[in-house]
Structures are given as structure tokens and as C-alpha cells.
Design a protein around this ligand. Structure first.
Ligand code: NAD
Ligand code: MG
Ligand code: MG
Ligand code: MG
Ligand code: MG
Ligand code: MG
Length: 340
């Protein structure tokens, strides 16, 4: 069983006695900066000159400085820039300001695990990775609850890295819900596996394929959209609330019988073999290498795939149908430009 830490297992005063730099003010950055600040931690946010986030962070009462200045001042540096930018950011603006005994923190192990960032031997390397998007991490903290976090230490240079990591996780609100002990390797490889095979890659392509089969068989696209996409949320909510069993209990016996009979025909042995091959590419670093090489070249492959997927016919159908759901937010936002 995994080792899980709660508030009583951590000493908040440890992080309160450090100077923390939060680098980046996106999804995770804003939540970390605000939650730590509200937990009585000395926080400064490090941002690039001209960043649109400067005004946002200052409006929230945070102190914003340049990235290098933040790293110079701080002895705990949390790197919350996009994974593909962290290598260069680290080399040019963070590394020159690391001192013996400082701690480098991450919310995902990608750059450390795959060796894109190599920290000096006298610096702690730690992770506090919330199991949820930053906006939920902030909202839950404000409501007196927390989002569970993963905690791990890649390098305990000072002998106190674990106590520091737990203290940071407590300040973030994560230990109200629980902090699961893991390693950089396990977090990185399972995170990539989950998003590629199931949560993102698996799910979106399952939906698209189901839509294609129905429409190609002559059914109305609107019907296909409802049947293979819209109802997904209700099904997933049931699974999250009470497991796959609750979902199967809630659906009709017809649907449940069809699950047993047809599910294994779709998700057959080939799918398992394919997932193992994807895992091989994650473990070998081949996926990381391909992603970073493409990003370094200006992301031509990424942009091409993003544009192709955005023009899948299900997107046009969905855009019209979602107007029927007046309570859905952000219906007409442009999602093709990324978040940062
Ligand atoms: P984001 O894209 O929402 O925000 C990134 C921030 O970094 C922005 O403020 C952006 O302006 C800034 N930035 C962009 N390029 C930069 C550069 N070259 N130098 C300095 N700053 C730059 O990112 P995010 O989703 O918050 O992800 C940050 C980290 O958190 C990543 O390691 C990610 O894997 C991890 N993480 C994210 C989530 C999530 O739900 N979003 C969950 C867990 C972990
Ligand atoms: Mg993940
Ligand atoms: Mg991820
Ligand atoms: Mg149905
Ligand atoms: Mg049932
Ligand atoms: Mg995105």
C-alpha cells in the first residue's frame, strides 16, 4: 500500500521559514503562489518581463519580480513553467542562482526524470504534484479542503528534503486530502501513460472513432454526438463517485449486459499490446525525445496534429449542440491556441 501523509505528519513552520519563488503563473503557478501566501509563506512570483500574468498576480496582492531575481532571493524554487520550456529556463535563469542547500521543486517529474535538468549535487530536488488542475487546487484551498498531491524526493542533499516537501505540500493544502509518496520515475511514467492511453489519447480517439462509425453508417451526426460524447460526463461522474460498479449499477441491465459482451470486443488484446508499446516508448525516453525535439523546432508536428484534430467533424456538430446547454461555460472559446 502507498504511504500517505496528512496535515499532522508535516510541520508548516519549515516552509514558513524559507523564501519561496514560484516560477510561472499559469494553472498551477497561481494556485501554488496564492495558497502558500495564505498559509503564511514568504512567496515571490518570478515572471518574464512583459508577461500578461504580472498584472494578474499583482492584483492578487503577490509580489512579482523577474525570474532571475526571484531565484536569487529564494532558497526554495518551484518550477511551474510548461514542461517543454523548463530545460532552457533552468539553464539560463535558474541554475546560475542556485546555492548550496537550496531546494528545487517541480509539479511533474518530466525534466528531472528524463535528464533535461541536472541539478547540482548540493541542492534538494523535490516534487509536490497536485492530482488536479490549478483552479481546483485554489478553489478547494479557499473552501477549507484540498486536492490530493503526490510527494517525492529525487535527491535529498540536505538530509531534510522530505520534511521540506511535506511542509510545502501542507502549505498548498494538499495534506488536508492526503499526500501519496512516490518517486520521480513513477510519477513521470504513470502520468504520461495515463494521459496518453486512457484519459486524453484513449478517450478522445474512442469518442472520435465511435462518432465516425455511426455517421459513416448513415446516422445523424447530432445523434452520434449525444451517444458517444455528451453522456460521457455522467458515466465518468458515476465511476469517480462509486467505481465502475456504481456506474454499472446505475445504467440499465441492457447497457450493462452490452458492456460485458461488447466492451472486450472493442478493447481487445491488441489494445493491451498497443498500451504496452506506448509504455515502452515512455520508459525508454523515446516519447520525451520526440516531444522535445518537435518543441525545439517550433512544434511543427504538434501544431499540425492540433489543427487536424480540431477540424474533426465531431467538433462542428458539438459546437452547435452545446448551444442547447445554456449552463455550459466557455462554449465559444477558441481552444486551438493552447493555454499558456
Ligand atoms: P501553464 O501553461 O498553465 O502555465 C505556465 C506558466 O509559465 C505561465 O504563467 C506562462 O506564462 C509561464 N511561461 C511560459 N513559458 C515560459 C518560459 N519560457 N519561461 C518562464 N515562464 C514561462 O502550465 P501548468 O499547466 O500550470 O504546468 C506547470 C507545471 O505543472 C508542469 O510541470 C505541469 O506538468 C505541472 N502540472 C500541471 C497540472 C495541470 O493541471 N495544469 C497538474 C499537475 C502538474
Ligand atoms: Mg497527470
Ligand atoms: Mg501530465
Ligand atoms: Mg444511450
Ligand atoms: Mg444497472
Ligand atoms: Mg493544453
Amino acid at each position: 500500500m502507498a504511504k500517505i501523509y496528512y496535515d499532522d505528519d508535516a510541520d508548516l513552520s519549515i516552509i514558513q521559514n524559507r523564501q519561496v519563488a514560484i516560477i510561472g503563473y499559469g494553472s498551477q503557478g497561481h494556485a501554488h503562489a496564492l495558497n502558500l501566501r495564505d498559509s503564511g509563506v514568504d512567496v515571490r512570483v518570478g515572471l518574464r518581463p512583459g508577461s500578461k500574468s504580472i498584472a494578474k498576480a499583482e492584483a492578487q496582492g503577490l509580489r512579482v519580480v523577474g525570474i532571475e531575481e526571484a531565484c536569487e532571493e529564494a532558497d526554495v524554487i518551484m518550477v511551474l513553467a510548461p514542461d517543454q520550456n523548463q530545460r532552457q529556463l533552468y539553464a539560463e535563469q535558474i541554475a546560475p542562482h542556485l546555492k548550496s542547500g537550496d531546494a528545487l521543486f517541480f509539479a511533474h517529474g518530466f525534466n528531472i526524470h528524463f535528464g533535461y535538468i541536472k541539478a547540482p549535487a548540493d541542492v534538494d530536488v523535490c516534487m509536490v504534484a497536485p492530482k488536479g488542475p490549478g483552479h481546483i487546487v485554489r478553489r478547494e484551498y479557499e473552501d477549507g479542503r484540498g486536492v490530493p498531491v503526490l510527494v517525492c524526493v529525487e535527491k535529498d542533499a540536505t538530509g531534510h528534503a522530505w520534511e521540506l516537501t511535506k511542509s510545502y505540500a501542507k502549505a498548498l493544502g494538499g495534506l488536508r486530502a492526503g499526500g501519496i509518496e512516490t518517486s520521480f520515475r513513477e510519477e513521470t511514467e504513470t502520468d504520461l501513460f495515463g494521459e496518453q492511453n486512457v484519459l486524453c489519447g484513449g478517450l478522445s480517439h474512442l469518442i472520435e472513432t465511435g462518432f465516425e462509425v455511426l455517421v459513416e453508417a448513415g446516422y445523424q451526426p447530432e445523434m452520434a454526438y449525444f451517444e458517444v460524447c455528451h453522456e460521457m460526463k455522467m458515466i465518468v461522474d458515476l465511476i469517480i463517485e462509486g467505481g465502475i460498479s456504481k456506474q454499472r449499477w446505475s445504467i440499465s441491465d441492457t447497457a450493462e449486459y452490452g458492456d460485458y459482451v461488447s466492451g472486450p470486443r472493442v478493447i481487445d488484446g491488441h489494445v493491451k499490446e498497443n498500451m504496452k508499446a506506448v509504455l515502452d516508448d515512455i520508459q525508454s525516453g523515446a516519447f520525451a525525445k520526440r516531444f522535445i525535439a518537435d518543441q525545439d523546432a517550433g512544434a511543427p508536428e504538434f501544431k499540425k496534429m492540433r489543427a487536424a484534430e480540431a477540424s474533426h467533424p465531431i467538433e462542428a456538430t458539438g459546437k452547435e449542440l452545446r448551444k442547447m446547454f445554456s449552463w455550459l461555460e466557455n462554449q465559444d472559446a477558441d481552444y486551438t491556441e493552447g493555454t499558456a
